[in-house]
Design a protein around this ligand. Structure first.
Ligand code: PLP
Length: 466
């Protein structure tokens, strides 16, 4: 069992200005060769600026504000987190000045109901997932997951000699009824393992299927976790990218919530928000709402888990990068504050909604609907398509996965990159139920997205004529 780092405990005394420390192995701050870090930050549209309630893809405000940090900025009172701190070793929970902002945000959004909740910073959700699996599973265990997942999550279980246990999903998320069947009939001898104690799930804009679990399903899943004494890992990087339902025929503007309060009320509640037993570990990431290169996120949960994660950070990550935390602190604390961060999230989801609408318009326009079907996503960055395998002329010769891969290769030859669903299977042993493809609407221009879908439609049509 990991014990607390004695070096980190001793360094807590450094906060006392009268302490004459010969203890900590900290390099001299005056010798750090970076003297100053300043950044120019985009200001999001504020509530009054978007009060007409419409958005035409007119972007975030171009007005910028600056943050500026040197090694004495804290002494001068211009920031609470300066370079003498950011460039130095840090506690495993991350910079306190940034963490307290994230904790306040978490309290405002999710308002956890159990008393001993806490947050610690991570190096992004992937790092958090790996850490939490290490903490909660032992060799031979199964972990409950959606049948399709972000592949790295299932892959990181392999060296731990644990296995994903895939549960089918529908348009409302993980099929809790099927999960119950698995749990209630669990037999140690036939399974060769104890009943699973961990559920890993992406409840909002699931990667790769784009599905958002509705509130009823979330409550059912939580109830199941309580009944069978399980921990839920709520990996939720797309939480704030929840969008209004897609409509084909609409005006050329989208409606945005007039107030941040309206925005928050429009979001499906997280499982953390109704957890009363401290069994949800919620993962938030800066990757999709600020930038993946920050490599920062935070974990919220019961203090007994957070303390263990902290101990693990002490012997692995140490802390997220100080430079990255300095930039995030400059952005979130020095320049924006809580309200502007929410304004930013409202703005961001408006921009992604426009992109989501553009790809769905193109799909409606070009894809052959007798072959391709999809559920319009209401969150995230992905749309998941099913191609009717039964209608393909080669179905007697090629398996679902072989055919999926063949269409993928034909797409690549035609310079369209769209990923085969089989790559996202959480368990390599599960039999595919259909032929799927994942497209993202996040990163390319609307014109390119439209062209890609048009060409993919052509590839599908040709493939089905063979
Ligand atoms: N979890 C899911 C569901 C993801 O889609 C991703 C990235 O795409 C990650 C985790 C990794 O996120 P991070 O950049 O925070 O490590």
């Amino acid at each position: 069992m990991r014990r607390a780092s004695r070096l980190k405990m001793a360094s807590a005394y450094l906060a006392d200005p009268e302490m004459k420390s010969l203890a900590a192995g900290l390099p001299a701050a005056e010798l750090f060769p970076i003297a100053r870090l300043s950044g120019s930050v985009l200001m999001p549209k504020s509530e009054p600026e978007r009060s007409s309630g419409s958005w035409k893809g007119d972007g975030l405000l171009t007005e910028t504000v600056m943050f500026d940090k040197d090694k004495q900025s804290t002494q001068r009172g211009s920031t609470k987190y300066d370079l003498s701190k950011a460039l130095q070793y840090e506690q495993g929970s991350g910079a306190r000045q940034l963490l307290s902002f994230l904790k306040e945000h978490t309290k405002h959004i999710h308002n956890p109901k159990f008393l001993d909740w806490d947050c610690t910073m991570s190096g992004g959700n992937m790092q958090a997932i790996e850490t939490i699996f290490r903490m909660l599973v032992t060799a031979g265990d199964y972990v409950i997951m959606e049948e399709f997942v972000f592949p790295e999550t299932a892959d990181c279980l392999r060296p731990m000699r644990c296995k994903p246990l895939p549960i089918p999903i529908d348009e409302f998320g993980i099929r809790v009824d099927l999960l119950e069947e698995v749990l209630s009939s669990w037999d140690f001898t036939t399974r060769g393992a104890k009943r699973p104690t961990v559920i890993y799930t992406v409840p909002t804009g699931q990667n790769p299927t784009g599905v958002t679990m509705n509130v009823a399903r979330r409550r059912d899943l939580y109830a199941m976790a309580c009944k069978y004494d399980m921990i839920i890992i709520e990996d939720d990087p797309y939480y704030f990218l929840q969008m209004p339902k897609y409509q084909r025929n609409r005006e050329n503007w989208i409606s945005v919530p007039k107030s941040n309060k309206d925005f928050l009320e429009s979001l499906v509640p997280s499982m953390l928000s109704f957890d009363v037993e401290g069994r949800v570990l919620r993962l938030d990431s800066c990757s999709k709402v600020v930038a993946p290169g920050t490599r920062c996120g935070w974990i919220t949960g019961s203090n007994q888990f957070i303390e263990r994660i902290l101990r693990h950070n002490e012997v692995s990550l140490q802390a997220p990068s100080g430079l990255s935390m300095a930039v995030l602190h400059g952005l979130l604390v020095d320049c924006w504050g809580q309200d502007n961060y929410l304004n930013w999230l409202v703005n961001l989801r408006a921009e992604y909604t426009i992109r989501r609408n553009a790809i769905l318009d193109a799909m409606e326009d070009y894809l052959p609907k007798d072959i391709v079907s999809w559920v319009p996503p209401t969150a995230g960055m992905f749309v998941w398509m099913e191609l009717d395998y039964e209608k393909h002329p080669l179905k007697e010769e090629l398996s679902i996965e072989a055919l999926e891969y063949k269409i993928y290769e034909e797409s690549v030859v035609n310079k369209v990159l769209i990923l085969p669903g089989g790559w996202f299977k959480s368990s390599e042993f599960s039999r595919p139920r259909g032929m799927y493809f994942r497209a993202t609407f996040a990163s390319v221009s609307q014109d390119i997205m439209r062209l890609a879908i048009q060409e993919f439609a052509q590839i599908v049509k040709v493939s089905y004529k063979k």
